[in-house]
Design a binder for this molecule. Structure first.
Ligand code: FES
Ligand SMILES: [Fe+2]
Length: 344
């Protein structure tokens, strides 16, 4: 009669997570952060995405390149996590030295000349794409689709709003939680929970001010939002806004004077990290700070309810419930996409 929500095993079984890593996370595009952090030669951003250590570096020739942050000797990370500028890529374990194209240059005191093997001992290059002044990487460049096919209609939808190039960069916040990534996506693609979980956001939206639809065959869910005067909606976010979820781990909050990009990735079955970058214009310093803190609060509110759901899934006490055909059709579609991706 109704579509049933996914069974708890999908959320807590380690084997499911391993399959997701291989079939969904490895072959897709992940936001690593704003392009502005990679302006000059040697600038790098190093991070972990779904457990994979990765970095992007601006080479001397001006090109950006992305690699797995794993030394070809015995597996240490060649650059520290974070943002920085590297004069050289020198592994901190035994000092192997790589150039900014990932080529091994020297293996000090190795005892045997590795010159003839250097080509085979380069850092592993991964996929890289710049979109909207944001840097994206793909862990397994051989699999999946190219960036333009992946982003699809999100590109044209975003163009009606301000982007990083039009606004001032404000800052980054991170929220970590004990939840399965799919509980957060289930939650993101429905507005059913909005008033109860996010009272301020509920007040900030005009009556009947949310229109929900999907594009990209259900891989992107779009909230077309009209803000009202309550809760600082219109004053902080402008009258018209748009929230986009894009499968599997990208979220955008768009407006005329605000832009927020979020990457949601998971380290294991029940650890999720939400990394957010925000830009503003036309707001005072205190309004920017208020909007930034409010955005963080919204992620925390979602993480809190999703951790509770995940704990209940882990307890073995949840029996799959019905999804509303009116309020949760995008949840059903999201879950179907996951089922299809993992089907043998
Ligand atoms: S692990 Fe990098 S030099 Fe040994
Ligand atoms: Fe929410």
């Amino acid at each position: 009669m109704f579509t049933e929500s996914l069974a708890p095993d999908w959320y807590v079984d380690h084997a499911v997570y391993q399959k997701e890593r291989e079939r969904i996370f490895g072959p897709t595009w992940w936001l690593i952060g704003p392009l502005r952090r990679l302006a000059n030669p040697g600038d790098y951003v190093s991070d972990r995405i779904c457990g994979w250590p990765v970095f992007v570096i601006r080479s001397e020739d001006g090109e950006l390149r992305a690699f797995l942050n794993v030394c070809r000797h015995r597996g240490a990370s060649v650059l520290p996590e974070g943002v920085g500028t590297a004069k050289a890529i020198r592994c901190p374990y035994h000092g192997w030295l790589y150039d900014d194209r990932g080529q091994l240059l020297r293996a000090p005191k190795f005892g045997v000349d590795l010159k003839q093997y250097c080509d085979k001992l380069s850092l592993q290059e991964i996929g890289l794409h710049i979109w909207n002044d944001l840097v994206f990487v793909k862990i397994n460049p051989e699999l999946g689709v190219d960036f333009n096919e992946w982003i699809g209609e999100v590109d044209s939808l975003s163009q009606s709003f301000a982007g990083p190039a039009d606004l001032d960069y404000y800052g980054e916040f991170i929220v970590t939680g004990d939840l399965n990534w799919k509980t957060y996506c289930d939650n993101t693609v429905e507005g059913y929970h909005l008033n109860l979980v996010h009272p301020r956001l509920g007040r900030a939206i005009a009556d009947g001010g949310v229109e929900l639809y999907s594009v990209n065959d259900g891989r992107s869910v779009v909230f077309d939002v009209t803000h009202g005067s309550g809760g600082g909606g219109e004053s902080l976010r402008g009258r018209k806004g748009m929230w986009i979820y894009h499968f599997p781990g990208l979220q955008l909050v768009l407006g005329q004077n605000t832009f927020k990009a979020e990457r949601v990735d998971s380290m294991n079955t029940t650890t999720v990290i939400s990394k957010n970058w925000a830009w503003y214009s036309g707001l005072s310093e205190s309004e920017r700070e208020e909007s930034f803190q409010w955005a963080k609060q919204i992620v925390e509110e979602d993480f809190s309810i999703c951790s509770q759901v995940t704990r209940n899934m882990q307890s073995g006490s949840y029996l799959p419930g019905p999804l509303s055909p009116v309020m949760e059709s995008h949840v059903a579609r999201f879950q179907q996409i996951v089922r299809e991706a993992l089907a043998d």
